[in-house]
Design a protein around this ligand. Structure first.
Ligand code: TNX
Length: 636
């Protein structure tokens, strides 16, 4: 039972110094509350010079705020304490922008406070995305992403499964694997593949075809028999997954979808990188959820998970050389080295993956033809590291000499410290041995432009190497990190800021273009290989409707599923440089993802919008068809 409730109201103003959050803390319990402090975590942050009404002693670290009532305040059962914070860093736009979690501390005891959604200002548009448009089915076949070529001229509703009475042991094992995948995603549906014939099955033969690329496959349907030709193991699995989808569609929506009996599919992916990124630092996802997300990606024939394992809010990967990274650095909350942030701030919020967990997850991914690219986000976003090992910071650098955009003070590993590179040597050695991927993603994003400028060690490095300012220091750091990765046979992937301050030699470097649409072209013109992941279209934490009630962020705007679907990553690129566009990626940033319902609302259907952008050529895409199929997508 929570006996204290926090309501919060937003009073906007053009001038952020006058924008306000007004609060009412109500005692719904049976005991009088006195001598307490209140802590809350809200993404609409109080400015450094915010003023308080009917409250005092505000301290703030990133989203965490703590303040006290006026001296002597007593809250009898049923009474409310109202107070206001005036002067905000950013405006609130949606219902999740207020306090996500809060607690009061009374005589050293922590009492959780229930937080209501942020209340809308009077004139707010309240609309939310309740559903995706019903769409229009042009062919009665359920497949996502849609194949490059499909010609089907006859269907049946008699067939409910596919049988493989012949085939190599490997082919049968692959069908068994796709059966398991289907069953995990849709336990209510029958297995798509059987291994003996019956009157309601369609026969299937598989044939390896050397003329096809590894990821390519083709299916011919004739007389209730199908022939699947495939290039490599991936093509075989993709063809089987498509057959499983066809069977699932016919099962789950027999009025809409049926099984083809005459026709063909010829298919191969548009891009080699069809990625999803998952942030497990802001909010942790249990191992079983990561495994299920991999299943979901495999169902959409996506082949990369960029796993954002570290950030200011927590380090989530066991590193044997630095056990404190997870014993301390994976925790936040009262009494921890880091205060609570985002949801669950009254508790010790924690979670990490042991190296054994990692090998299970990596092998599940490999089985599903998914490459896990680990992301260790440096030099910025490193509060969890620097709080665990304060000795990594230049001791002569003043506190609070810079703040990240999320409000963390001094949160970047120092490029002028030997400790930084010793640390990264050991961390990347372990990371490289845990993940078979060609790339390691080193982050590189959002280093505040004032970082290190007051660090005497960084100043010395700047004068020695003739570097001017933060961005050139950052580029120097990137060059060294790239050498460390090269020692372990790994290539460097990073966010687009890796190109700043002069960047690094683009040879073998892959960058994610996120800040705006135009960045994809800019990076390609600078010679980098690029994955297009613009915040405006592929950030799944962006709201899907403009209204107050819609959950999510909107720094990059409103990203409706339809508008995301319409985005074309190659627009404006030079024909001659198209091969530098390696693919597309959805990003699941998790600040707002405090529960599974929010996860599912934000991730679906847009994750498959990106799957289709990665697989299907623009000429074959069709929003109405996609929207109709989205009713039958799996969820976490
Ligand atoms: C920007 S995108 C970030 C993340 C946030 C995200 C929220 C990027 C490389 N950095 O740290 O989680 O916005 O939308």
């Amino acid at each position: 039972m929570t006996d204290v409730v926090l309501d919060c109201f937003y009073r906007p103003s053009e001038n952020l110094a006058e924008a306000r959050l007004e609060f009412a803390l109500t005692n719904t319990g049976k005991k009088t509350l006195r001598s307490f402090t209140l802590a809350y975590s809200a993404m609409t942050r109080a400015a450094g010079n915010a003023s308080l009404e009917n409250a005092q002693n505000l301290t703030r670290i990133a989203n965490f705020h703590e303040l006290s009532p006026p001296p002597g305040l007593k809250l009898e059962p049923g009474e409310s304490w109202t107070f206001a914070v005036q002067g905000l860093v950013n405006p609130a736009r949606h219902r999740l922008d207020g306090p996500k979690s809060a607690y009061i501390t009374i005589y050293d005891q922590i009492v959780e406070v229930l937080c209501n959604d942020l209340d809308a200002p009077d004139d707010a548009d309240t609309g939310e995305r309740r559903s995706v448009s019903p769409g229009v089915v042009d062919l009665p076949i359920h497949i996502v992403p849609w194949p490059q070529t499909i010609n089907v001229s006859a269907w049946t509703d008699r067939i409910s499964a596919i049988h493989l009475s012949e085939g190599t042991p490997d082919e049968k094992a692959a069908a068994g694997k796709i059966n398991d995948l289907s069953k995990r995603l849709f336990p209510e549906a029958p297995y798509p593949f059987r291994f003996s014939a019956s009157s309601t099955t369609c026969g299937l033969a598989l044939r390896h075809d050397e003329t096809l690329a590894d990821e390519a496959y083709g299916i011919e349907f004739a007389n209730e028999h199908a022939l699947l030709r495939y290039g490599g193991q991936q093509g075989r699995d993709y063809g089987l997954t498509v057959l499983a989808q066809i069977a699932y569609g016919a099962y789950v929506a027999p009025d809409t979808y049926r099984f083809p009996v005459r026709g063909s599919i010829a298919d191969s992916p548009r891009f080699g990188w069809r990625g999803t990124h998952l942030d497990v630092s802001r909010h942790f996802r249990q191992k079983h959820e990561v495994l299920r997300l991999l299943d979901i990606l495999a169902w959409g024939r996506m082949n990369v998970l960029q796993w954002h394992l570290t950030d200011d809010e927590g380090w989530r990967l066991e590193i044997k050389a630095y056990p404190e990274l997870t014993s301390s650095g994976a925790k936040r909350g009262p009494g921890c080295q880091q205060v609570g942030q985002l949801g669950f701030s009254s508790q010790t919020y924690e979670g990490f993956y042991s190296q054994d967990d990692i090998s299970d997850i990596v092998s599940h991914a490999l089985d599903l033809n998914i490459d896990i690219v680990p992301e260790i986000d440096v030099p910025g976003h490193s509060t969890a590291v620097l709080k665990t090992y304060p000795k990594f910071a230049d001791q002569a650098e003043p506190d609070n000499s810079y703040h990240s955009i999320q409000g963390y003070p001094n949160n970047a590993l120092n490029p002028a410290m030997d400790e930084t590179y010793d640390f990264l040597e050991k961390v990347f050695a372990e990371v490289a041995s845990l993940f078979p991927s060609e790339y390691i993603h080193i982050g590189g994003d959002e280093v505040d432009v004032h970082s290190w400028l007051e660090s005497p060690k960084a100043q010395r490095l700047m004068s020695e190497k003739n570097l001017s300012g933060t961005l050139e220091l950052q580029a120097h750091f990137m060059g060294r990190v790239r050498e460390i990765l090269a020692k372990h046979g790994k290539k460097l992937a990073g966010w687009d800021e890796v190109s700043h301050g002069g960047g690094i030699d683009p040879d073998g470097v892959l960058l994610m273009a996120w800040q705006k649409r135009e960045v994809t072209k800019e990076l390609i013109d600078q010679g980098y290989d690029v994955v297009s992941t613009p915040g405006q279209h592929y950030y799944l934490d962006m709201v899907q409707a403009s209204g107050w009630k819609e959950p999510g962020a909107s720094w990059a705007g409103v990203s409706t599923p339809e508008a995301s679907y319409a985005y074309e990553p190659s627009e404006g690129l030079d024909e001659a440089k198209l091969d530098q566009l390696k693919g597309v990626q959805a990003c699941i940033w998790s600040e707002h993802l405090t529960d599974k319902a929010l996860f599912n609302h934000m991730v679906f259907p847009r994750v498959y919008v990106v799957a289709e952008a990665g697989w299907t050529s623009p000429a074959q895409k069709n929003w109405q068809r996609f929207a109709a199929s989205s009713m039958y997508f799996p969820s976490l």
